[in-house]
Design a protein around this ligand. Structure first.
Ligand code: NDP
Ligand code: 2IT
Length: 449
């Protein structure tokens, strides 16, 4: 256990006291700030400038009513949110999540993480997040369009290509971004890079759909290289079956690994021959169907389905949790360790619970936090903003080259910061420290705001 700096403890306690019900936000704050202890020990300026109190307080939070009409003509009401957490490095940037579980605590945790993730990419982006408790599950296309139009009608006045640039997250993919962009354009009379994840025919970037998953695999490959290993020949457990899981399956397969699991709210599947080829394409259909069942995969391809189970009990070399927060606990970590797993790469945001992270680090499993290993998604969003600004579209190869280089750079920055501050090889500390330093220094340079 590392010693916690007293200023760090003071700020964590202050957040716990003020927002005791914001469990996910407190979890993220505790995780990041604890890692920063050695930085605060060595650099008193951050305490003098009250950087920690400032960085845990969002610059702004909008909450709004989203009324919409369902297919029966009934009026439905959801809550919409957009958090601008920190804009020291650039316009607020981060996804929108549409899921029944969404609340302010979850969005604050995601927005807070996004600050450090975006800093790690090296691109000029601040941190933000938003979404709604609207659940796309079982909704018709028409209902989704109605909802997106109403959401944007409330949000449009607060965002802009140089102010705040939303994108996708759980429940928000290309279709939703299309409806949101259309409504933004209609209301503002502007055609600009206000959203990322747009269709490639109308301002989107090639590789953006693949970017989070590809980036996570590139990052894992860099970690494996430090032990003289590679993705090739590895058995891989993946959770989720959404956008991130899909990208991971594509890249792992391309690099000669074999993905043997996927999961959904109903359970997990085990495909001993590997999730590959047309089976990967089928994931897109499963998401688009809005049925939210991974059992459909097992039925179609005649593979094992384990109802109510997570994939972590299945033997694998590499694990990629790609569904949602807190989906891999201490028991799951023990099972992975027992089965010889050597690397856990977070594709989702905060999927591994704190006790499980400690177990991985103690046992020298290569563990990377989402803010480092899933940064490829937002990095590619940053590249989409660049292309929109210069009014050009790069080739897939060009974008992929940048994406790969960014992931290599993030890996290097994490290792260097971890070593510099006394915990060599600890990607959790390295990511938090490297991400923090840039933002904190920018905040100091820009004065007391
Ligand atoms: P999708 O909507 O495409 O897929 C989400 C996946 O997570 C589905 O399999 C979904 O199943 C599952 N899931 C969501 N919420 C829960 C829950 N409460 N319990 C169990 N399973 C759940 O989303 P993405 O693939 O885009 O996002 C997955 C993760 O990756 C999230 O943590 C997201 O924040 C993160 N991420 C996404 C990026 C992106 O660019 N899209 C970038 C970086 C990180 P179900 O819907 O059935 O619950
Ligand atoms: O969590 C994330 O980094 C995302 N959902 C992507 C954000 C973005 O702006 O592309």
């Amino acid at each position: 256990m590392q010693k916690v700096n007293p200023y760090v403890s003071e700020v964590i306690e202050r957040v716990e006291k003020r927002f005791p019900w914001e469990k996910e936000f407190i979890q993220a704050v505790r995780e990041v700030l604890t890692s920063l202890s050695p930085v605060l020990d060595r650099n008193p300026i951050y305490k003098q400038m009250r950087i920690l109190e400032r960085i845990v307080e969002p610059e702004r939070v909008y909450q709004f009513r989203v009324p919409w009409k369902d297919d029966k003509g009934n009026i439905q009401v959801n809550t919409g949110y957009r958090i601008g957490f920190n804009s020291a490095l650039g316009p607020y940037k981060g996804g929108l999540r549409f899921h029944a579980s969404v609340n302010l605590s979850i969005l604050k945790f995601l927005g807070f993480e996004q600050i450090f993730k975006n800093s790690l990419t090296g691109l000029p982006m601040g941190g933000g997040k938003g979404g709604s408790d609207f659940s796309p599950v079982g909704k018709s296309d028409n209902e989704i369009e109605n909802f997106c139009q109403s959401f944007m009608t409330a949000l449009y006045r607060h965002i802009g290509a140089n102010t705040d640039v939303p994108a996708g997250d759980i429940g928000v993919g290309g279709r939703e971004i299309g409806y949101l962009f259309g409504q933004y354009r209609r209301l503002t009379n502007l055609y600009d890079g206000v959203l990322t994840g747009k269709g490639v025919k109308w301002g989107g970037s090639l590789i953006r759909p693949e970017a989070t998953g590809y980036g996570a695999v590139y990052f894992c490959d860099e970690m494996l290289k430090t032990r003289g290993q590679s993705i090739s020949g590895k058995i891989v457990a993946v959770s989720g079956f959404g956008n991130v899981a899909w990208g991971v399956c594509k890249k792992v397969t391309e690099l000669g690994g074999k993905v043997v699991t996927l999961s959904g709210p109903d359970g997990c599947i085990y495909d001993k021959d590997g999730v590959k080829g047309e089976k990967i394409d089928y994931l897109l259909q499963m998401r688009a169907s809005g049925r939210d069942r991974v059992q459909d995969y097992a039925d179609k391809f005649k593979v094992e389905f384990h109802p109510g189970k997570r994939p972590w009990g299945i033997k694998c070399d590499l694990a990629f949790p790609c569904a949602t927060q807190n989906e891999l606990n201490e028991e799951d970590a023990k099972a992975l360790l027992k089965n010889g797993c050597i690397a856990v790469t977070e594709g989702a945001n905060m999927p591994v619970e704190p006790k499980a992270i400690d177990l991985f680090i103690e046992n020298k499993v290569l563990y990377s936090p989402g803010k480092a290993s899933n940064a490829g998604g937002v990095a590619c969003s940053g590249l989409e903003m660049t292309q929109n600004s210069i009014r050009m579209q790069w080739s897939a190869a060009e974008v992929d080259k940048h994406l790969h280089q960014i992931m290599v750079n993030i890996h290097k920055a994490c290792l260097e910061a971890a070593a510099e501050y006394g915990t060599p090889g600890n990607y959790q500390n390295g990511a938090n420290i490297a991400g923090f330093l840039k933002v904190a220094d920018a905040m100091i340079d820009q004065g007391n705001i």
